[in-house]
Design a protein around this ligand. Structure first.
Ligand SMILES: Cc1cc2nc3c(=O)[nH]c(=O)nc-3n(C[C@H](O)[C@H](O)[C@H](O)COP(=O)(O)OP(=O)(O)OC[C@H]3O[C@@H](n4cnc5c(N)ncnc54)[C@H](O)[C@@H]3O)c2cc1C
Length: 455
């Protein structure tokens, strides 16, 4: 039986980042990943010369964010560069920039109110943003303006950050995402696609002597005398002083460890946590370049946000979908063969939506994309369609885009803690601790774990 200082379960961003920090500090680390490749929700695959990211395309704060900062901190030579990008917003077929181009679209007083909201948020300290953790973005914005168009527009920005609408999203979390992003002014797409980030983490783990095993699902966490002391993989037991799980909070507590090792109140709290919205995705590999100038489009419906989601749940397809269209090959031509284009599109729907409603939503999304990419369907070499059930199979949690939702009451000061009540057990990733956009949230969770409990 092998003994390590730390065992990490899962090679998503949270697990890779935790393992790297631990290994860099001289700890003996083993990382077990159930799939054959790293990355979890940030994973990539190769197909017919295309590098196809599962989903991620916008790394908040790019080289200035924690994902890259952590590589630098752990002395990993990575050479990753970023193409800076801000999504172009559009609605009703017209594109505009937020917030300046809201002028003329909404009454002057509402325009001034949005500018004031953005200025107030940018002026907040991180501590001050926490005052709004328990308030929704909708409530926060209502103090400035109730204009429905402004709400739809701001909600879509919050959606891109956290994959939940304004009536759920924590205003404090929204404020941090907006503030950090605008201070750094560096969000972007990594050279070589997300796979280059994963490659750099694996290189760092090797450099610092961590053992990494793929195709190695952890079956259970071993608990002795009220303490997590090891894991079982392939029927074999491995021991460590600390177990760091990136396998999801609910799955870790209810599945890998077992509820009997926690007090009832904690188990109930964990079971009651809400996950973010789930994604419906289409990826088109094209035999030609249709619209070379387009990099990233964020479209939103002017239908009030609640009504929009209620309609989706009822099986209706809104006339205009909220959409996020990304063309990775416009950032980095190396992700597609020469003269070809990779176009990815996604729309988010509430978790728990009936699966039978989803194909019509996806076709409407593709119709929408065809307006910017005429001939999209005819030029497809291959198309990958991902429905919530597919995403759930790959990622768990009903296919949640982020993980535990950053909604009011579950974000910032109210986020589940990385240290669980079971001695020796920690949970990292977009599930516990941290703040920020998707991958940034997961990396920050790992940093919080390491700096608070190890360093
Ligand atoms: C379509 C889509 C688009 C997105 N776009 C963006 C974006 O543009 N920008 C952004 O920053 N974020 C984006 N995100 C969100 C971001 O990808 C996630 O929030 C983040 O990657 C979550 O990382 P994580 O470490 O929490 O866990 P995960 O990525 O879920 O990783 C968990 C890992 O644990 C492994 N695992 C689970 N159980 C076990 C077990 N028993 N044994 C061993 N291993 C196990 C899994 O296989 C997985 O590899 C997007 C997500 C989706 C789905």
């Amino acid at each position: 039986m092998k003994h390590y200082d730390a065992i990490v379960i899962g090679a998503g961003v949270g697990g890779l980042a935790s393992a790297l920090l631990l290994a860099h500090s001289g700890k003996r680390v083993a990382l077990f990943e159930k799939r054959l490749q790293p990355g979890g929700r940030i994973g990539s695959s190769q197909r017919d010369g295309f590098t196809v990211d599962f989903g991620v395309h916008l790394i908040s704060r790019g080289p200035k964010g924690p994902l890259i900062g952590l590589l630098d901190r752990c002395e990993v030579d990575h050479g990753i560069e970023f193409t800076k990008v801000r999504p172009v917003q559009s609605t009703g077929g017209e594109t505009f920039k937020f917030p300046q181009d809201l002028k003329g679209r909404v009454p002057d007083a509402d325009f001034e109110a949005v500018i004031k909201m953005v200025t107030d948020v940018k002026g907040m300290s991180d501590e001050e943003t926490s005052d709004y953790d328990g308030q929704t973005l909708e409530e926060f914005l209502n103090a400035y303006t109730t204009d429905p168009f402004v709400h739809a527009c701001v909600s879509q920005i919050g959606f891109i950050y956290c994959c939940i609408p304004e009536y759920l999203l924590s205003a404090g979390e929204f404020a941090r995402c907006l503030k950090w992003e605008s201070e750094a002014h560096a969000s972007g797409y990594p050279s070589g696609g997300c796979v280059s980030i994963l490659g750099a983490y694996l290189k760092g783990l090797e450099q610092h002597g961590a053992e990494v095993r793929f195709g190695a699902p952890v079956e259970k966490v071993v608990v002795e005398e009220g303490r997590a002391v090891g894991v079982v993989v392939g029927g074999e037991e491995h021991r460590a002083d600390m177990i760091v799980s990136n396998a999801g909070l609910k799955e870790t507590v209810d599945g890998l460890v077992g509820p009997e090792h926690f007090d009832e109140g904690y188990v109930e709290d964990v079971r009651g946590l809400e996950i973010s919205f789930v994604s419906i995705i289409a990826r088109f590999a094209l035999d030609t370049v249709i619209s070379p100038e387009i990099k990233m489009l964020s479209g939103f419906s002017s239908t009030p946000v609640r009504e929009y989601n209620d309609r989706l749940m009822a099986g209706e397809v809104p006339e205009e979908l909220n959409s996020f269209i990304v063309v990775p090959s416009s950032f980095d031509p190396s992700v597609a063969p020469e003269g070809k284009q990779l176009v990815m599109m996604t729309t988010a729907v509430p978790a728990g939506i009936e699966e039978e409603h989803c194909p019509a939503i996806l076709e409407a999304l593709i119709d929408l994309a065809e307006k910017s990419f005429p001939g999209l369907r005819e030029h497809a070499l291959f198309v990958e369609k991902v429905f919530p059930s597919d995403a759930a199979r790959i990622m768990g949690e009903d296919g949640a885009g982020i993980g535990i939702a950053q909604q009011a009451g579950q974000a910032g000061v109210d986020r589940p803690r990385v240290k669980t009540p079971l001695e020796g057990l920690f949970v990292v990733g977009a599930e516990a601790g941290g703040s920020g956009v998707g991958t940034e949230l997961a990396a920050n969770s790992a940093i919080e774990f390491f700096d608070t409990y190890v360093a």
